[in-house]
Design a binder for this molecule. Structure first.
Ligand code: PEP
Ligand code: MN
Length: 299
């Protein structure tokens, strides 16, 4: 993997929106019409007709939790499990019970991966955790809050692993693509964009902290050549709305989904309003297949 050689540019026409000059000169690696797939394994490829689902809890709370989740995923033929081991909460005092499981959590993920032949997604919050996470994870997630942590993006890119880059909830698509260029310029083209909702001025209840920017999906697919996935769970923060937003994402052309699920959402150590329980998740997968099929895609 070699760093891409690009000439130095001066920002002659800074703009808020993506201009033709951006596409030619500043966002030259992420934009383009010829689509690129991101292959995780023989049967998991982002950017094709089949839409992969990534599912699991927020955090790798325990072996018991992850074994239960893995079994559910296997039953439904879902190939990618998620769970973070290094992830501080938005508020430091929010949960007495929550603690990052760190390397122990990654050891759990390692065993799950081997025993159930699942692919693993874990978020990398700090460069200092990158070595341990990338030993196990097949896909490295950059969380929305780190979208413009450019030093982190560079180090994550250098692992050569596939990367999910989540758009920050207050960032423009242009800023997202600028961040993406920091990954691509290192020669890592295994990039997957993720829309996870934006902050909006007014919401009609406290659970809608964010709103899924459905328009971002076709917009990103028009401008960039990389797969675009959707995370309706973090966008809505509210489990009952996750199915509708999932179907809307499929209709909007998403190339993958992130769904938070937990055997007992109320007991989830983080964001208990958001995960689907097993039967809700099963129903979501069943209905999503129908929506995808009606649009000449599948799950
Ligand atoms: C997550 O994926 O668990 C997460 C916290 O995502 P985001 O960075 O989009 O909030
Ligand atoms: Mn989460």
């Amino acid at each position: 993997m070699t760093k891409i050689n690009v000439s130095n540019l001066t920002n002659k026409n800074p703009t808020k929106d993506i201009s033709e000059d951006d596409k030619k000169n500043k966002l030259m690696l992420s934009t383009g019409k010829v689509r690129r797939d991101v292959k995780i394994s023989k049967d998991v490829i982002f950017g094709r007709k089949k839409i992969p689902i990534i599912a699991g809890p927020n955090g790798v709370e325990s072996m018991k939790l992850m074994v239960g989740v893995a079994k559910e995923l296997k039953k439904l033929n879902i190939k990618i499990i998620r769970g973070h081991a290094y992830k501080p909460l938005t508020f430091p005092y929010r949960s007495k019970n929550y603690k990052e499981t760190q390397s122990e959590g990654m050891d759990i993920m390692d065993q799950i991966k081997k025993e159930f032949s699942l692919k693993v997604v874990t978020e990398v919050t700090e460069i200092k955790y990158l070595d341990r996470i990338s030993k196990t994870a097949d896909i490295l997630q950059i969380g929305s809050r780190n979208m413009q942590n450019l030093e982190l993006l560079k180090e994550v890119a250098l692992t050569k692993k596939p990367i999910i880059l989540k758009r920050h909830f207050g960032s423009s698509l242009r800023d997202l693509l600028g961040a993406a260029e920091h990954i691509l310029v290192e020669g890592n083209f295994n990039l997957i964009f993720c829309e996870r909702g934006v902050s909006i001025p007014h919401t009609h209840r406290e659970t809608s902290r964010f709103a899924l920017d459905i328009q971002a999906i076709p917009a990103l697919k028009e401008i960039t050549k990389f797969p675009v996935i959707s995370d309706p769970s973090h966008a809505s923060f509210w489990a009952p709305w996750v199915p509708s937003l999932t179907f809307a994402s499929i209709a909007a052309g998403c190339d993958g989904l992130i769904i938070e699920m937990h055997p007992n959402p109320k007991k989830s150590l983080v964001d208990p309003l958001q995960p689907l329980n097993y039967s809700q998740f099963k129903e979501l997968v069943k209905k999503s297949k129908k929506v995808a099929n009606s649009l000449n895609r599948n799950i």
